[in-house]
Design a protein around this ligand. Structure first.
Ligand code: LMR
Length: 393
């Protein structure tokens, strides 16, 4: 039977990773996959993670299963990290998931169970895997305007006009912060307007927050998510620990269903059911480390300090790149790079120029001209600036 299988469309981000690895040139710059890198190009194990792992090795005396919904102290710690004190805990249901992608997948399946006809409104553009999973699940999607190719900011009027066409039973997928792939984010007042549209239309928000702490800070990055969760009757939140704890391969994430009018036993029971169907118990190693860090003053302080170093380092690289481009182009048309937040910026270069930069200068960015700012360092910023100007972006 397997001879009937057909080739799957390759994932652009993962394909680029492979191409970079296979490129024999010494001088090459990897701005592809969304993985944080320090100035030496290494993705470090964070200090607090190392310390928690050592402690865990000493104290952990079983690897038996934890709960189907994950370890309750992990879920509580993550709900606190994402939602702060904005939402009563009685309305929050949650399951630990294998990474943020696991949470996104479970959320889509939950939506399909609740309403097979739901349309999922996704930003244009969005993380390509959102689209791929929705297609795989056979769910209907609607792309709402988001990125303004001229200003490289948010096309907010277009976005609101498109969101207004949603209706009750539809889902509006929003990026909590650090929009992937563009780096263009909503302001506080814009989040308020989105909330008004959500309440006017009755559509259900789903927030994907994968980069909390990489944009303006841990609380600032969660502000939009918190405002939505506090203002609407129900919402879904998919959060990832991959980036802000640097534990990519441990697959650590959480899905929250915040719902006021829903029977809590049914809501939580359905989340548990989905875990059981898809992978049974969620992974625990990364979740345990995160819990130890969040619940220990010293570890938490050190984790926050290192995360802050990473965040401000990326901001510094943004400033440098914008400045180098200003010098070379004699204009401030690249100023948006310093305005964007998070790990990514969409440069706005045509696909053929992205290829040209790769072939001529060894610059690897995703085909839609998404750059991972963390892939830069003081030496490669001028190299990238030269390549951008040389390619005629
Ligand atoms: C990315 O967008 O590069 C990351 O979220 C990694 C991935 O899985 O695509």
């Amino acid at each position: 039977m397997f001879e009937h299988l057909t080739a799957q469309k390759p994932d652009g981000i993962l394909m680029l990773m492979q191409m970079y690895r296979e490129d024999p040139r010494e001088a090459k710059v990897d701005l592809g996959v969304g993985v944080y890198k320090d100035a030496t190009g290494n993705t470090p194990v964070m200090r607090a993670i190392k310390a928690a792992e050592q402690k865990l090795w000493e104290v952990q005396d079983t690897k038996s299963y934890v709960g189907l919904a994950g370890a309750p102290d992990f879920n509580d710690a993550m709900v606190n990290l994402v939602l702060g004190n904005t939402v009563p805990r009685s309305s929050v249901n949650s399951v630990a998931t294998p990474g943020g992608t696991g949470a996104v997948r479970q959320a889509f399946e939950l939506i399909r169970m609740a309403n097979a006809d739901a349309r999922i409104f996704v930003s244009n553009p969005t993380w390509p895997n959102h689209l791929s999973i929705l297609d795989y699940l056979g769910m209907e999607k609607f792309m709402y305007r988001y990125f303004d190719d001229e200003t490289r900011g948010v096309d907010f009027d277009g976005m609101i006009a498109d969101l207004k066409t949603a209706k009750k039973g539809d889902v509006i997928l929003l990026h909590g912060c650090c929009h992937n792939p563009t780096g263009a984010n909503l302001t506080g007042p814009q989040w308020d307007e989105v909330i008004k549209v959500l309440n006017d239309t009755g559509a259900t928000p789903m927030i994907d927050i994968a980069y909390q702490g990489f944009g303006d800070g841990l609380d600032a990055d969660a502000a939009g998510t918190r405002a939505v969760a506090a203002a609407v009757p129900e919402c879904l939140i998919a959060a990832s620990c991959s980036k802000n704890f640097g534990i990519y391969r441990e697959r650590t994430g959480i899905l929250m269903l915040v719902a006021n009018g829903t029977d809590k036993a049914i809501a939580q029971g359905t989340l548990n059911f989905l875990n059981r169907q898809n992978y049974s118990f969620p992974p625990d190693h990364g979740a345990r480390l995160v819990t130890m860090i969040l619940n220990d003053d010293a570890l938490r302080t050190d984790w926050m300090a290192e995360l802050e170093e990473m965040r401000t380092g990326m901001l510094d690289l943004r400033e440098r790149l914008a400045k180098e481009l200003e010098q070379r182009s004699g204009s401030n048309r690249f100023g948006f790079i310093a305005q964007h937040r998070g790990m990514f910026s969409r440069l706005g270069a045509a696909p053929e120029l992205v290829v040209k930069m790769r072939e001529d200068s060894g610059i690897y960015m995703v085909g839609d001209s998404r750059m991972n700012i963390a892939g830069l360092n003081a030496e490669t910023v001028p190299v990238l600036a030269d390549a951008i100007v040389k390619a005629g972006v």
